[in-house]
Design a protein around this ligand. Structure first.
Ligand SMILES: Nc1ncnc2c1ncn2[C@@H]1O[C@H](COP(=O)(O)OP(=O)(O)OP(=O)(O)O)[C@@H](O)[C@H]1O
Ligand SMILES: [Mg+2]
Length: 241
């Protein structure tokens, strides 16, 4: 079930939609254990936009994976709406993700054997939407790729793949849209168009938009900027709280 989005805009101060408490993530590598997230606590309200910034290796993508329920934390808690990730089994988490979360991965993660249109349709088909084809065509049009509908990912440029990944993430009107460097592969003009589109969708659907970016001007367009360094929050302008 979709989490109810606030209809009263961002001045209402109920509980934050996303609540992270002292989240730590430790991963093993050949060189031994690495502390990647070192105790992140933050609350993010619905219907707001948040930029995550910080140097390479800071833990930004990992933080997105954790909020998206794709990485299990070592300790601490993540609650989105009424759902506590640590109390959910894999099936429940997968269903929650499908119904509430859209993710644009840094490396796109398109399915190579599916065309652009098929890639975009996947989330709708998983939820048995009878209009998946029409909606996918519309989404492809919104990102300026209607002429690339039948192309496979390896027949698309990096920026085109990125736009397919973005369309796939917003097509279900998710409660939370996570976008990891969504303009990283786009020229200035296309990047601006895509970002305008994301902010438009954010305000139309009262989505909570969280994006990782190295682009200061893009970060400044968000309601809030959280800077991460070495797995910890370095600064948080927390403008809306
Ligand atoms: N599976 C893993 N095992 C061990 N270490 C990992 C693993 N995945 C990521 N890391 C380490 O975690 C740290 C954070 O990685 P992450 O991808 O979150 O950084 P980032 O802030 O997104 O960087 P970038 O701006 O380069 O995308 C890095 O030092 C990385 O090497
Ligand atoms: Mg990253």
């Amino acid at each position: 079930m979709k989490h109810n989005k606030s209809s009263s805009g961002m001045n209402i101060r109920n509980n934050p939609l996303i609540q992270m408490k002292n989240v730590k993530l430790e991963l093993g590598s050949k060189a031994g254990k690495v502390d990647i997230l070192k105790g992140i606590s933050l609350g993010i309200y619905s219907d707001t936009s948040v930029a995550i910034t910080g140097p390479s290796g800071a833990g930004k993508s990992t933080l997105m994976m954790v909020i998206g329920g794709l990485e299990t934390v070592t300790s601490g808690s993540i609650i989105i709406g009424d759902e506590n990730f640590s109390l959910m089994n894999e099936d429940a988490l997968a269903k929650f993700r499908r119904d509430n979360i859209g993710i644009v991965f840094q490396a796109f993660r398109l399915i190579p054997t599916m065309t652009a249109l098929e890639n975009i349709s996947i989330p709708l088909e998983l939820s048995n939407d009878p209009n998946s084809n029409e909606k996918a065509k519309h989404a492809l049009d919104l990102v300026g790729l209607s002429k690339r509908m039948s192309h496979y990912p390896d027949q698309l440029s990096g920026g085109e793949q990125q736009r397919v990944a973005i369309a796939r993430a917003f097509i279900t009107n998710p409660t939370v849209l996570l976008a990891d460097e969504p303009t990283g592969n786009l020229d200035q003009e296309t990047g601006t168009k895509i970002i305008d589109l994301l902010f438009n969708l954010q305000s139309c659907h009262k989505t909570t938009l969280i994006l990782v970016t190295h682009d200061r001007s893009l970060a400044e367009r968000c309601d809030r900027i959280i800077d991460i360094a070495d797995g910890q929050i370095q600064s948080d302008n927390n403008r809306l709280v």
